[in-house]
Write a protein that binds this ligand. Structure first.
Ligand code: LAC
Length: 216
């Protein structure tokens, strides 16, 4: 069956999350790569654990908690950057292939939405900053259901927003666990494996693996 719509994960797929810490490479006083990786890991861990517990705090709150944890683990890091690091989340850079791909899909008559754990404000902030708001058909945030990916309800939400059956909507995500969640719900999925990560989640496999969005 043909894919009628693509639901794009935001962070790490359209927008470069690691870029937030890299902007402060010198001022941070610690290696920004493991710092950014731990910040991201904790942010996502909190989404999974809270949803398993049936609890919810929005992604902005969890992004702050994860950053505070990361500062505790990197005592040499300059805490005066806390505000700037958080603010950079609202102005993340899009990857170079983000806008051209979204434009090309629109020309082909395929619908595109941002489908994210982020709050609607965070996603809109990043989309406006990246200049892609006009080339997408909307933003779907799990904030509407107060449950994070990979609950089935999240994937059902984006398909119902699009008014399409799961078999006609493909998630595009750089997060392998997100791909697994989409496939498990009956959606299609394309893994944008930008950084050459190893395969995981056997049995919940993407129908295509790409190295960048231009391959779409
Ligand atoms: C998102 C995170 C998981 O945008 O990247 O949903």
């Amino acid at each position: 069956m043909a894919i009628k719509a693509y639901a794009f994960d935001a962070y790490g797929t359209l927008f470069n999350v690691a870029g937030a810490a890299l902007r402060y490479r010198d001022a941070l006083k610690v290696d920004p790569e493991p710092f950014a990786a731990l910040w991201r890991l904790k942010q996502i861990e909190y989404t999974w654990t809270l949803t398993l517990m049936g609890r919810y705090h929005d992604f902005w709150e969890l992004t702050q908690r994860a950053l505070d944890y990361t500062f505790e683990k990197f005592p040499a890091a300059d805490r005066s950057l806390r505000k700037a690091l958080l603010e950079s989340y609202w102005t993340l850079d899009a990857y170079d292939d983000t806008k051209p791909t979204l434009k090309a899909l629109r020309v082909r008559g395929i619908k595109t939405v941002i489908f994210t754990n982020g709050t609607p404000d965070m996603a809109k902030g990043a989309a406006d900053h990246a200049g892609i708001t006009d080339v997408i058909d909307g933003i779907v945030s799990i904030d509407a259901i107060r449950k994070f990916k990979t609950t089935r309800d999240a994937y059902d939400l984006v398909c119902s927003h699009l008014g399409l059956p799961h078999e006609e909507v493909a998630l595009v995500s750089s997060n392998r666990w997100d791909v697994a969640g989409a496939v498990s719900s009956g959606m299609r999925a394309i893994w944008c494996n930008r950084t050459g990560q190893p395969e995981e989640y056997p049995g919940l496999t993407a129908e295509r693996t790409i190295r960048g969005l231009a391959e779409l």
